[in-house]
Design a protein around this ligand. Sequence first.
Ligand code: HEM
Length: 491
Amino acid sequence: MATAMMMNSIKMSSSTPSLTPPSSSSASVNLPVRTIPGSYGLPLIGPISDRLDYFWFQGPETFFKKRMEEHKSSVFRTNIPPTFPLFVGVNPNMIAVLDCKAFAHLFDMDLVEKKNILIGDFMPSTSFTGNMRVGVYLDTTEPLHSQVKSFAAHILKRSSSVWVSEFISNLDIMWGTIEKEVKSNGSSSFLFPLQKCIFRFLTKSLFGADPMKSSEIGDKGHEMLDKWLALQLLPTQTLGVLPQPLEEILFHSFAYPFLLVSGDYNKLFEFVKTEGKEVVEIGMTEYGLNQEETIHNLLFILGFNAFGGFSVFLPSLLVSLGGDKTGLQEKLRKEVKEKVGSSSLSFSLVKEMELVNSFVYETLRFIPPVPFQYARARKDFVLSSYDSAFQVKKGELLCGYQPLVMKDPKVFDNPETFVADRFTKEKGQELLNYLYWSNGPQTGTPATSNKQCSAKDIVVLTASLLVADVLTRYDSFTVSSGSVTAVEKAK
Ligand code: HEM
């Protein structure tokens, strides 16, 4: 449904908005300080009623939109599941922040902390990560965060010499599989071949570990990570795979135990320990991590951050490219062919493709791969939106919902429309200050002092590379309902 809406609205436009820079520090001067609207309702009843609206009666997007309209405010109090009865000790009370200016407070590490709140107040059991809190759950004030984040930057830099070639050679395999299936069945659901490609290229480039050294890991590694991810995320996700109330009862009422995936996780652990030993050694000797910390952090970066992120983002990109009926594909292909000429694809070449990069940025804006970001007030502070300021108390949890924040009409012109060239030219460059998919502005720099995604730039380049690869490979490429339905090889 969302995909169909997106594809219907893909169009080209040269219009750009006038901007009011959202910065948490330009905060409250001269703005009236209001009480934050909304309430958490009666104990137990309020959280349950919000939970049912969120998962069942409304769904996340309508849930937030309705409350924003009702309170006439993009900042308000609400409950966000998981909650009662079996999530004892999880506090669903949060302050939703739904515009670019209010959301920017989530990046200000003087005002907020990020301890254990990757997916809200609910934190999956640490048994999923070797009984330890891996980097993404650590606040910037915890010394281990710096060690892990610097290590992540190191492995990314180290992988840069093979990243492109590994990606392209795994894409070759993936497209081979898809082409065969389209020929024999008329269509090919590309998610699993794409995930296999992502898993294999990431393990090789990030860890130097060849997944084909173990036929089980090479063939099934992506499925192992899928299950490990699903068990951690289930209590927070709207799936729509079972009719209600079954989904509520079976998926949102209790946390599933690690035991169900421990066998697979241990195999992945042993694989990284053996095949990625050079990288493991770097973590231990250069970043002061012990062997267990190094491997569990590597597995989290691989499985949750990188594989999880790409598995959500790259399909959106292919759907929006292959579903286009506006002539955008031809415009993108023209740019790609002009820039590539007879050269091989490289990051330096895709950096020059202004429209391709803009298309990638717009996909990140239109369907942010990680919809939620959370942050807890480190101290009392005043949070400002455009026309009001709000007193936030130390310890309160802020919940930013990117799909609405990235449609902020004060920043993005025609926010509900997919505008492929939105991020081109000077105005487009300015808009990158408001593109937040990486938990920071696209113009920001990931550092040990913040919680911005370490791979902020390489994710965009990799996505642009995928677009350029498809467009040089095929003269026509069609996706419908999540499957590739036609490909015409480039002449
Ligand atoms: C499309 C792919 C990706 C997406 C959508 C994505 C998104 C994100 C987001 C939203 C966060 C912030 C989470 C939070 O604290 O709220 C994050 C953090 C992080 N990401 Fe990515 N990411 C992607 C790929 C990668 C890759 C390839 C790496 C490989 C190194 C990576 C490494 C990290 C690390 C280490 C952090 C934690 C930063 C910190 O603790 O300071 N990510 N990512």
